[in-house]
Design a protein around this ligand. Structure first.
Ligand SMILES: Nc1ncnc2c1ncn2[C@@H]1O[C@H](COP(=O)(O)OP(=O)(O)OP(=O)(O)O)[C@@H](O)[C@H]1O
Ligand SMILES: [Mg+2]
Length: 388
């Protein structure tokens, strides 16, 4: 089973492009399921079909599903929910609040992961397309094992432990029924780890970042790209959506400035993300919903390519520890042999070439670390940061 996840800033067109990709896969004869992990679902609206929290038929070869954490927990993982409830009640949290707390931060993501695990294990579909929430939450989804630790810290305040040791702590804690719920909790940790392994396997999972030719959107896309690579996920393409056609930007028109700046941003996107393939989608001049319009978007993105293909596979980013330093290596093909200067502002690296400035983002831990030196060789920039 192939997994393709769409992420990007709020409102850029994740749901639209995910649904269009799913439809295109289905039309190629691939058995396809498109799921929405964003609790503020709009996949039903995009497909113009009422979706349920279980796979719902949309058209030939295509199913859609809007995950619902309460539904998922109750139907499939109720004993685990009961365990969480018991723990919270035992800690003196009253019933109603405990019911809410059993949907802790990260629980949405965990239940999404469990569905993914189930589909992958049973090879239920040829392609699973994930329409995710805006970037921040998607990163939460993808760093789930870390997030789970935060639940446990909430359940057992004042105790520091890693996921591995949770079993021991629960066993030591008197007064909690450690029966089926506990077993499920353990199975859950196992499954989550498995899903993460699946999702970082570039042969299985591709992440596609959706953006618009706008400043803030691009900044967020670059940050997301850095993080996704840091966590080992394979980004195999960028979709630049809602590009205004040049002709609406004629001199004196309302969109003149927008279309002009859009040109600069498109160039910035080309440079910042190369050698990733960049797919461009024009503004359709109307809202996009329903299979017909999605079909047109799918054709624009992929043309005669297979949307389930792996469009790019490379890890252009890595972090190593070397004694008192972290060395971050980043592949930046656009610099080529040109002279450049590099400055670091917080988590941002600013590269100046011929009076042109380009920025890259380092992982946030680099924010307060001093840059000792940098080198550039064979398109690889190596930045040496002194540990704090
Ligand atoms: N190429 C396009 N041309 C015109 N309208 C578009 C295009 N792509 C998306 N839209 C419209 O933009 C709006 C937002 O798109 P969409 O819901 O896909 O974004 P999103 O990234 O999923 O948003 P959210 O972050 O809220 O989930 C929708 O009304 C959609 O119809
Ligand atoms: Mg959406």
């Amino acid at each position: 089973m192939r997994i393709i996840l769409f992420t990007g800033k709020g409102g850029v067109g994740k749901t639209t492009t995910a649904a269009a990709t799913a439809l295109k896969c289905a039309k190629q004869g691939l058995k396809t399921l498109v799921v929405s992990t964003d609790p503020a679902h709009s996949l039903s609206d995009a497909l113009n079909v009422e979706l349920k929290p279980e796979p719902t038929p949309v058209t030939e070869n295509l199913w859609g599903q809007e995950f619902d954490v309460y539904y998922s927990m109750k139907k499939h993982w109720d004993s685990m929910r009961q365990l969480m409830l018991t723990i919270f009640k035992w800690r003196g949290v009253d019933n109603v609040v405990a019911e809410e707390l059993s949907v802790l931060p990260g629980m949405e993501e965990a239940s999404a992961f469990l569905w993914i695990e189930k589909y992958y294990r049973t090879n239920a579909y040829d392609v699973l397309i994930i329409d995710s929430a805006p970037t921040g939450e998607t990163l939460t989804l993808l760093t789930l094992p870390q997030v789970m630790q935060s639940w446990l810290t909430k359940a057992f305040p004042g105790q520091k432990f890693a996921i591995k040791t949770v079993g021991k702590i629960l066993r030591r804690t008197k007064g909690i029924p450690l029966d089926k719920g506990y077993e499920e909790l353990q199975a859950l940790f196992g499954k989550l780890a498995t899903v993460q392994e699946i999702m970082v396997n570039p042969e299985v999972c591709s992440i596609r970042i959706v953006a618009n030719p706008e400043r803030m959107v691009i900044q967020e896309a670059k940050r997301a790209y850095t993080y996704l690579q840091l966590y080992g996920y394979n980004v195999d393409g960028i979709i630049v959506n809602r590009i205004l056609p040049e002709e609406v930007g004629t001199a004196g028109s309302v969109f003149e400035k927008y279309v002009k700046s859009q040109g600069h941003y498109l160039q910035e996107i080309d440079e910042s993300f190369q050698p990733l393939p960049i797919f461009k989608v024009k503004h359709q001049g109307q809202e996009v919903f329903g299979l017909e319009l999605l079909d047109a978007i799918g054709d624009t993105i992929y043309q005669d390519k297979n949307p389930a293909e792996i469009f790019h596979k490379e890890n252009p980013f890595n972090v190593k520890e070397e004694g008192d330093y972290y060395v971050i290596s980043i592949r930046i093909p656009f610099i080529k042999d040109q002279e450049f200067t590099l400055e670091k502002y917080g988590d941002e690296l600013s590269i100046s070439i011929n009076n042109q400035r380009r920025s890259l983002f380092l992982p946030r831990f680099a924010n307060y670390l001093e840059m000792e030196s940098y080198t550039f060789e064979d398109s690889w920039l190596k930045v040496k940061l002194k540990k704090g």
